[in-house]
Design a protein around this ligand. Structure first.
Ligand code: SF4
Length: 237
């Protein structure tokens, strides 16, 4: 069924009009494509196909995907779509690195939506999201001081978020936690979309973070990376 939908998408004349580029000739650098459980966000636990694109201009101190900064394989977008379809699943997450660092990621996102997948995008918050297909659920990081990349937050992105999207704070310590509260208050972030608080793995105790959130009656979701609980760190998960 998925193959049939994909064939229709790749050959439809409407596609040729709405996306000037052809998926057979447009290429992205891909670090890995794999099938796993979504470990984060409101989609946690859902079987999901992950497309991890290579490269990221940021260098967060806690980064757990440094292996995706370099290397990877150049793939035509049509080949990416075919590999995605081979898993015969419904949910797709495009991640990185920073997927939007490759501009043709926008084409991939649109074609995944056209093919009928439920698509989410994990992005650093440092890249322009204004042209991301509106059907894509955007999970946008807000970089904290502890990340070392807080100056890269592109605050103009906030106006392109909708209720279906999510804002994610990855927290290193209590200073990050207090900064996050102040940022939510100052920028009215809780009026935009749901907010995620995620402790840095092996650095901030999740139980401690949970106690702070309960104490302060915050309207945020505390999340722990499910895939790391199940399988530890490493590629392909
Ligand atoms: S934005 Fe993401 S991929 Fe890039 S350095 Fe930070 S944590 Fe790593």
């Amino acid at each position: 069924m998925r193959h049939l939908i994909l064939d229709m998408v790749l050959t439809s004349s409407s596609l040729q009009h709405t996306v000037a580029q052809k998926p057979e000739t447009e290429v992205l650098r891909v670090s890995e494509i794999f099938f796993s459980l979504q470990g984060e966000t409101s989609r946690v636990g859902l079987p999901t196909i992950f497309v991890r694109l290579t490269g990221c201009p940021l260098r967060c101190g806690y980064c757990d995907t440094e292996y995706a900064f370099y290397g990877g394989e150049s793939m035509a977008i049509s080949s990416i779509l075919e590999e995605v379809s081979s898993y015969e699943a419904y949910n797709v997450t495009v991640t990185g690195g920073e997927p939007l660092a490759q501009k043709k990621c926008l084409i991939l996102l649109k074609l995944l939506c056209d093919a009928g997948y439920s698509v989410s995008l994990e992005t650093s918050g440092a890249q322009d999201i204004s042209r991301v297909d509106v059907r894509v659920v955007k999970v946008l990081d807000v970089k904290t001081p502890g990340s070392g990349e807080a100056k890269k937050n592109r605050w103009t992105n906030l106006k392109y978020l909708a209720q279906q999207d999510e804002l994610k704070f990855v927290l290193c310590d209590e200073l990050d936690y207090q900064w996050a509260i102040e940022t939510i208050r100052k920028r009215h972030l809780d009026h935009i979309c749901p907010i995620l608080f995620s402790p840095v793995y092996d650095k901030l105790d999740p139980a401690l973070l949970a106690s702070w959130v309960l104490r302060d009656r915050l309207r945020v979701r505390v999340q722990i990376q499910l895939h790391k609980l199940l399988w530890g760190e490493g590629p392909g998960r």
